[in-house]
Design a protein around this ligand. Structure first.
Ligand code: ZN
Length: 496
């Protein structure tokens, strides 16, 4: 990943975990706090859980004990936030929260919502993650990484950072696992007896790195798109109505986003079917690319034992001895296949129906979240699809960047079709496309993105912010339509 080996205290991100060899008095105090400044997203998540608990209680008129519990929790959160602020002013470690309070915060309020038993010990950081944590990030990269967990992460800017060395998926994946609290919450019982957290993390990172290497250098369907979708998935997983998500499902969501377009060759399913390409023949014209992405991901994993993290999963996992054990290898593989296959654009309407059924069932807001396996799978399918088409819901420069890239890829396909004597696919004609960029964008937003995000907002209220942003993107394109803007005029702000 092109990491520098510099280990001076100043060169290491001050808001994250210090490397053991560069420990100072302050860094030791920091490390003793489970929740420190680097766990901002974790704290935000806890705040959201608290908010939803309080809302629930105010609706149901909860018991005195429950209210007391919330009050105590709020006090602890306040103390923790005070501590964060005071540490910056050089307050000594005596002011740190007692260990048991920290453990209570993490175990009770995060594991509780993840439905993990208290007796389970989480897998701790390992060599691989520590190595990444010791990367001497520059200030710009630190600022960019601070946005992980929000829809404002700019993966293109992250990719450009010298420390990232073009490995945007791997860097963001490891960062999210380390600081998003995903890995810290994963119970060791998820792994088979013969495995350790260290080997698991090592293989997982090597797998993600191999996947990153298998993305082709396409205008749109490249490693940055996969990283972008993974970051959107992560932000969805952090919404209040998703607080029931288990760390394993959170990890699954990230991995699936990472693999969902691997090996994409820059042309769509329609092209493959028309051209009777080898991959169309192999998959009988059905969800050709999506089948290929998924198969390729598992082939890469099986090719090299050092990337085979799935073989380390427990085949007889049960949270509760009374429960029927689950084969996690089967569970994860099946769920990942379902999700990737559901990213076939032709599944959009079916996913909209699933989304409406989820909204009607109201079970996502219920105590414990989605427990029905089909509903849960439907929800993850919908979320990955939404993350995949999220471009227009993002801040304008990010939205415009991706719009331009997807058009460049479409038009390259059109050129290729013409050169092969094939009929040019819809939206793929360069000449007519260049003259009608705003209309195309307005159509895509109006028919696909807006209906999807409006419905999704009924399931996850935080998504309504994306709907607001979408209105701005739509207004931008309406203006460009009125101005009769061509391709260059439409994207001029990207070159400023
Ligand atoms: Zn995609």
């Amino acid at each position: 990943m092109g990491h520098s080996s510099s280990k001076s205290a100043e060169s290491v991100c001050p808001t994250d975990i210090r490397h053991a060899s560069s420990e100072t008095e302050e860094s030791r105090a920091d490390k003793s706090d489970k929740l420190h400044v680097g766990h901002k997203s974790q704290m935000k998540r806890i705040c959201r859980i608290l908010q939803s608990k309080l809302q629930e209680l105010s609706r149901s008129g909860g018991s005195r004990a429950e209210l007391q519990e919330c009050e105590d929790f709020a006090r602890q959160m306040e103390a923790l936030l005070d501590l964060q602020t005071s540490r910056g002013r050089g307050v000594s470690k005596e002011h740190a929260l007692p260990q048991e309070v920290k453990e209570w915060l993490v175990n009770q309020w995060t594991e509780g919502s993840f439905r993990l038993g208290e007796e389970l010990s989480p897998i701790r950081g390992t060599a691989t993650l520590r190595a990444t944590q010791s990367v001497p990030f520059n200030d710009e990269l630190k600022d960019l990484l601070n946005l992980v967990g929000t829809p404002d992460v700019d993966v293109v800017a992250v990719q450009k950072q010298p420390e990232v060395a073009g490995n945007v998926i791997t860097v963001l994946f490891v960062y999210t696992l380390s600081y998003g609290g995903v890995f810290d919450q994963l119970p060791v019982e998820c792994l088979s007896d013969s495995s350790t957290g260290e080997i698991f993390q090592d293989r997982l990172v090597k797998f993600v790195s191999a996947i990153e290497g298998a993305y082709q250098d396409m205008p749109y369907h490249n490693n940055m798109h996969a990283a972008d979708v993974a970051m959107m998935m992560h932000s969805f997983c952090l919404t209040s109505n998703m607080s029931w998500i288990s760390p394993l499902d959170h990890l699954l969501s990230l991995i699936t986003a990472v693999i969902h377009d691997v090996g994409h060759d820059g042309v769509n399913n329609m092209f493959h079917v028309k051209a009777q390409s080898p991959v169309a023949l192999r998959y009988n014209d059905r969800s050709v690319l999506e089948n290929m992405h998924c198969a390729l991901a598992f082939e890469l994993m099986k090719e090299n034992e050092e990337t085979n993290w799935l073989s380390l999963m427990n085949t007889s996992f049960a949270m509760d001895p009374k429960e029927k054990p689950t084969d996690l290898r089967q569970y994860l593989r099946r769920a990942a296949i379902e999700m990737v296959l559901a990213t076939d654009p032709t599944k959009h309407n079916a996913l909209m129906d699933d989304l409406k059924a989820l909204i009607q069932a109201k079970s996502i807001q219920a105590e414990g979240g989605l427990s029905d396996a089909k509903q849960k799978q439907d929800a993850f399918n919908v979320l990955l699809h939404a993350a995949d088409v999220s471009n227009a819901t993002r801040k304008l420069p990010i939205a415009l960047y991706w719009s331009r890239q997807v058009l460049l890829e479409f038009w390259a396909q059109g050129d290729h079709e013409r050169s092969l004597g094939l009929e040019v696919s819809p939206l793929c004609d360069r000449a007519s496309g260049m003259a009608s960029v705003p209309q195309g964008q307005i159509g895509f937003i109006g028919f696909i993105v807006r209906p999807l995000y409006q419905q999704l907002g009924l399931l996850l209220p935080e998504i309504l912010q994306a709907v607001e942003q979408l209105k701005k993107t739509e207004a931008y394109w309406q203006q460009k339509k009125e101005d009769n803007a061509n391709f260059l005029e439409s994207f001029a702000i990207l070159d400023q």
